[in-house]
Write a protein of this length. Structure first.
Length: 220
């Protein structure tokens, strides 16, 4: 393990800033997708949450990655309404538990932290793969991430593989019927629409790949 393959606070802040940018860019899409099968607020909810995260990052002084993720999670819990705030909040709180007291994470530790976060979402929302939720993008992404790291990929390459798997998982929600959240009220009429939460979840993994690949390129 070389020092350049360790993740510190700088790259994680970059991840959150890139994601906030991506949410702003895709707010109309996320809201339009939620208008089709929900209540047309997913883009607005996510933008409100990540603009607050962005504002707090400016004042972020901690080196403790556990405290950093906990602060992101608490911000989302307090600022984002609806189903997605507590779910994304849980993801970051669980990541914070894995990263508690650490100033750097190895690629494997980062993957374990994300996996713990996704497991937290699954427990909190009790959604299973196939229920047409964010879990349908996150689960294949995590599997691909671990698989690629086991095969010896760099974290950049592994996250790129995770983003491809997450995108496929996101698109796979189109023919699904929703069994969780507001979209489930539509029953079979939820079929034929891409899930908004799976879309924001894919963007989260894609942002991680972009930040970590940029850091690897800079270090090499
Ligand atoms: N139980 C659940 N488990 C996992 N994900 C869920 C669950 N319920 C909803 N979601 C995800 O949340 C997304 C909707 O998020 P959004 O921000 O629009 O909240 P909301 O459903 O409008 O909340 P509310 O109905 O409480 O206002 C869905 O597209 C889905 O991916
Ligand atoms: Mg909604």
């Amino acid at each position: 393990m070389t020092s350049t393959s360790m993740l510190g606070i700088t790259v994680l802040i970059d991840w959150m800033q890139r994601y906030a940018d991506k949410i702003t860019e895709h707010e109309p899409l996320l809201t339009a997708l939620d208008a089709e099968i929900g209540d047309a607020d997913h883009g607005i909810n996510m933008q409100r949450g990540f603009e607050e995260v962005r504002m707090r990052l400016v004042h972020e002084r901690t080196d403790d990655l556990g405290a950093f993720f906990k602060s992101v999670g608490m911000t989302l819990l307090s600022k984002v309404g609806g189903a997605s705030g507590p779910l994304y909040g849980t993801l970051f709180l669980r990541m914070g538990m894995v990263a508690a007291g650490k100033r750097t994470l190895t690629p494997t530790e980062f993957a374990s932290a994300v996996a713990a976060g996704v497991e937290g979402i699954r427990q909190r929302g009790s959604a299973r793969p196939g229920d047409k939720t964010m879990v349908d993008a996150l689960t294949p992404a995590i599997i691909a991430l671990h698989q690629a790291l086991d095969d010896g990929a760099t974290l950049c390459a592994a996250l790129q593989a995770a983003a491809i798997a997450g995108e496929a998982g996101m698109k796979a929600t189109i023919p699904m019927q929703a069994y969780k959240g507001r979209a489930s009220y539509l029953g079979p009429r939820s079929i034929g629409h891409q899930d908004p939460g799976a879309t924001s979840a894919f963007l989260l993994i894609q942002s991680a790949a972009e930040s970590i690949c940029a850091a690897e390129a800079h270090d090499s």
